[in-house]
Design a protein around this ligand. Structure first.
Ligand SMILES: *[C@@H]1O[C@H](CO)[C@@H](O)[C@H](O)[C@H]1NC(C)=O
Ligand SMILES: *[C@@H]1O[C@H](CO)[C@@H](O)[C@H](O)[C@H]1NC(C)=O
Ligand SMILES: *[C@@H]1O[C@H](CO)[C@@H](O)[C@H](O)[C@H]1NC(C)=O
Ligand SMILES: *[C@@H]1O[C@H](CO)[C@@H](O)[C@H](O)[C@H]1NC(C)=O
Ligand SMILES: *[C@@H]1O[C@H](CO)[C@@H](O)[C@H](O)[C@H]1NC(C)=O
Ligand SMILES: *[C@@H]1O[C@H](CO)[C@@H](O)[C@H](O)[C@H]1NC(C)=O
Length: 571
C-alpha cells in the first residue's frame, strides 16, 4: 500500500486571503466532521439511535425525511474514509470501529430481504433497519453499487492486514465477506440497477465505475491469497466492465449518469465516480476517468455550469468562480437544492488533480479539456505544460483558487455548530432535509484530506488498456429451475451444480427451492450466458440427511441473453 503524502505549497499572494479562510474552516470543521460521523455509528455513537454494533445510520432524522436506516452504499463510503484514516496512520484509535463494521457486514449480508437471499440477489438490497433486520417496504431495489463499495473498503483493510502479516484474519474472516460481494458484482454487473439516488432503473455510470474498481482490486487480493480461479474470473469481468464504462460518454462533453430516466444525464454521479476511483498511480488516464483526465475535467465543467442558473443562491457569481452544486439540475427532491457532499466532491476532484499535476511535474491541456482551462486563461491552447512553465503556475494556482471556492461556499453555509445536513436551501442557504448526514461528514473529511495532498491507496488503475474489439461481453441470464418432486414431511428440495452460482456442488450451501406450487419446486438464479451448466436436485430433511437424484447430471446450455426456464422431473 502506498502511504506517502504530498503537501502542496502555495506561493501566489492573491490566493493567500481565501486560502487562509479555508485553512481556518478546515481546522475547525475537521474534528467536528470526524466526531459527528462517528456519532452516527452503533453501538456507542451518541446519535446512533439504537443502531447495532458497526451499523452506520444515514442520519438520526426520523421524519421528513426518515433516514434512520443503514444503507450499504453510505456505510461503505463512510468506512472507506475510516479505514483510510487508520491505514494511512492518521488515527490509530479507529480499529475497534473497523472490527465492528466487519462483524456487522458479515451479518447484514445474510439477511433475507425483498431483493433475495445471499445466493439469489439479496446483496443488492440498498438499506436495512439499524437492528439488522430487512426493510420490506417498497423501495428502488436492487442497487448494485453497494456490494462493490463494501468490498473495496474491506479490500483496503485486507491489504493493510496482509502488510502487517495478519494473513489468517484476511483469509478466514474478511475474504468470505469480500468474496460474496465480488461474486455478486462479477455475475450481476450487466443487469439493470437503481442509481445511487435511488430513482432510475437502468445502467448507471457510478455503479459501473465502482464495480470495475472492486473487481480490479479483488483480482489482486485473490491472487495474493492464492485464490487464483477467482482472480482470473474477476479479471475477465473487470476487462468487460472497463469497456462498458467508456460507453457512457456523451461527446457534447459529459458522462451520461444513467442510460435511462429521460434526463440530461449531467449529474454528480460522475464526479463522485471520479473521486471514488482516484488512483494517483494512474496519472490523468481517461479510460478510468481519473480526476485530472481531460474527459473528467470537461465533465466537471459541464456539471458545474449546469447549476449556475439553476439556484437563486448562485446568481451574481462570475462564470469562472465556484457555485453550489446539487445532484442533477432537474432535481426536485425536497425542493431541489444544492448538497454539501456534491459541492465538496467538485473540490475533491480538483484537489486530486493538483496532487497528480504537482507530482508528475506537468499538466496536459487537450482539445477536450480546453473549455475547462479557458475559464482561467482565455489564451491557453492545447499542449503539455511542464512545472517550470508560466502556464503551469498560472493554471494550477487558478485551479487551487477555484477548488477552494467550493469549500468556501460550504463553509459559508455551514451553521456555527459545524453540523452538516444533507442539503442547502437553493434560495437562502439554510440547511435543508436530514440533519447530521453521515455521508456529508465523510465527504468533508475526504475533501479536506485531498486538499492536504493525502494520497489514498492505489487500486490497480495504472497501465490499464482497453481490449474490447471482438470480445463478447459475458451476459448473465436469469434461469428458473422448475422440478416436479414429491417430498416427505420435513423434506425440502435444493439445487446444486458445477458453477459458482450453483454453489459448486456443495450440499451444505445448496440453494433452497420454493414449494409454493407443490409438487413443482422452483427457484430463479442468475447464470452466465451461453454456458453449459451441469446440476442436480437434492432433498434434505430436518436432520440434514441428503438424498441425491440418480445419475447422470442434468445439463442445460444457457441462452446468450434473456431468461430461461427448465421443466424437470425428479429422477
Ligand atoms: C427492528 O427495527 C424495526 C424498525 O424500528 C422494528 O419495526 C422491528 O420490530 C425491529 N425488529 C426486531 C427483531 O427488533
Ligand atoms: C488481526 O486483525 C484482527 C482484526 O483487527 C485482530 O482482531 C487480530 O488480533 C489480528 N491478529 C494479529 C495476529 O495481529
Ligand atoms: C450489458 O453490457 C452490454 C455490452 O457492454 C451493454 O451494451 C449493455 O447496456 C449492458 N447492460 C446493462 C444492463 O448493464
Ligand atoms: C482533438 O485532438 C485529437 C488528437 O489529438 C484529434 O484526433 C481530434 O480530431 C481533435 N478534435 C477536435 C474537435 O479538434
Ligand atoms: C440475444 O442473443 C441472440 C442469440 O445469440 C442475439 O441474436 C441477440 O442479438 C442478442 N440480443 C442482445 C440484446 O444481446
Ligand atoms: C418450460 O415450460 C415453459 C412453459 O410451458 C416453456 O415456456 C419453456 O420453453 C419450457 N422450457 C423448456 C426448456 O422446454
Amino acid at each position: 500500500m502506498l502511504l506517502s503524502a504530498v503537501f502542496l505549497a502555495l506561493f501566489a499572494p492573491s490566493v493567500w486571503a481565501q486560502s487562509s479562510v479555508i485553512d481556518a474552516y478546515v481546522a475547525s470543521e475537521s474534528p467536528i466532521a470526524k466526531a459527528s460521523m462517528l456519532a452516527n455509528i452503533g453501538p456507542s455513537g451518541s446519535k446512533s439511535s439504537g443502531a447495532f454494533s458497526g451499523i452506520v445510520i444515514a442520519s438520526p432524522s426520523t421524519e421528513n425525511p426518515d433516514y434512520l436506516y443503514t444503507w450499504t452504499r453510505d456505510s461503505a463510503l463512510t468506512f472507506q474514509t475510516i479505514i483510510d484514516q487508520f491505514t494511512l496512520g492518521f488515527d490509530t484509535t479507529l480499529r475497534g470501529e473497523i472490527d465492528n463494521y466487519v462483524g456487522a457486514q458479515a451479518i447484514v449480508q445474510q439477511i433475507s430481504n425483498p431483493s433475495g437471499d445471499i445466493t439469489t440477489g439479496g446483496l443488492g438490497e440498498p438499506k436495512f433497519y439499524v437492528n439488522e433486520t430487512a426493510f420490506t417496504g417498497p423501495w428502488g431495489r436492487p442497487q448494485r453499487d453497494g456490494p462493490a463499495l463494501r468490498s473495496t473498503a474491506l479490500i483496503t483493510w485486507a491489504n493493510y492486514l496482509l502488510s502487517e502479516g495478519n494473513t489468517s484474519y484476511v483469509t478466514d474472516t474478511l475474504w468470505p465477506i469480500i468474496e460474496n460481494d465480488l461474486n455478486y458484482v462479477s455475475s450481476n454487473w450487466n443487469q439493470s440497477t437503481y442509481d445511487l439516488w435511488e430513482e432510475i432503473f437502468s445502467s448507471s455510470f457510478f455503479s459501473t465505475a465502482v464495480q470495475h474498481r472492486a473487481l480490479r482490486q479483488g483480482t489482486t487480493l485473490a491472487r495474493a491469497i492464492g485464490q487464483t480461479s477467482f482472480a482470473s474470473s474477476y479479471g475477465n469481468q473487470a476487462d468487460f466492465l472497463l469497456c462498458f464504462l467508456q460507453s457512457y460518454w456523451n461527446p457534447t462533453g459529459y458522462m451520461t449518469a444513467n442510460t435511462g430516466g429521460g434526463r440530461s444525464g449531467i449529474d454528480a454521479n460522475s464526479v463522485l465516480a471520479s473521486i471514488h476511483t482516484f488512483d494517483a498511480a494512474a496519472g490523468c488516464d481517461a479510460i478510468t476517468f481519473q480526476p485530472c483526465s481531460d474527459v473528467a475535467l470537461l465533465n466537471l465543467f459541464t456539471y458545474v455550469n449546469a447549476f449556475r442558473n439553476t439556484y437563486e443562491i448562485n446568481s451574481g457569481i462570475s462564470t469562472n468562480e465556484a457555485v453550489l452544486t446539487g445532484r442533477y439540475p432537474e432535481d426536485v427532491y425536497m425542493g431541489g437544492n444544492p448538497w454539501y457532499l456534491t459541492t465538496l466532491a467538485v473540490a475533491e476532484q480538483l484537489y486530486d488533480s493538483l496532487i497528480v499535476w504537482n507530482s508528475q511535474g506537468s499538466l496536459d491541456v487537450t482539445n477536450i479539456s480546453l473549455p475547462f482551462f479557458k475559464q482561467f486563461d482565455s489564451t491557453i491552447t492545447a499542449g503539455t505544460y511542464t512545472s517550470s512553465s508560466p502556464e503551469f503556475s498560472t493554471l494550477t494556482a487558478a485551479v487551487k483558487t477555484f477548488s477552494d471556492g467550493f469549500v468556501a461556499l460550504v463553509a459559508k453555509y455551514t451553521p456555527s455548530s459545524g453540523g452538516l445536513a444533507e442539503q442547502i436551501s437553493r434560495s437562502n442557504g439554510a440547511p435543508v432535509s436530514a440533519v447530521d448526514l453521515t455521508w456529508s461528514y465523510a465527504s468533508a473529511l475526504t475533501a479536506f484530506d485531498a486538499r492536504a495532498g493525502v494520497i489514498p491507496g492505489s487500486w490497480g488503475a495504472q497501465g490499464l488498456s482497453l481490449n474490447c474489439g471482438g470480445v463478447p461481453v459475458a451476459q448473465t441470464v436469469s434461469v428458473t429451475f422448475n422440478v416436479d418432486a414429491s417430498t416427505l414431511e420435513g423434506q425440502n428440495v435444493y439445487l446444486t451444480g458445477a458453477v459458482d452460482a450453483l454453489e459448486d456442488w456443495s450440499t451444505d450451501n445448496a440453494i433452497l427451492l420454493s414449494s409454493a406450487n407443490y409438487p413443482t419446486w422452483s427457484v430463479t438464479v442468475n447464470l452466465p450466458g451461453s454456458t453449459e451448466v451441469q446440476y442436480k436436485y437434492i432433498k434434505k430433511d430436518g436432520s440434514g440427511t441428503v438424498t441425491w437424484e440418480s445419475d447422470p447430471n442434468m445439463e442445460i446450455t444457457t441462452p446468450a441473453n434473456g431468461t430461461y426456464a427448465t421443466n424437470d422431473t425428479w429422477r
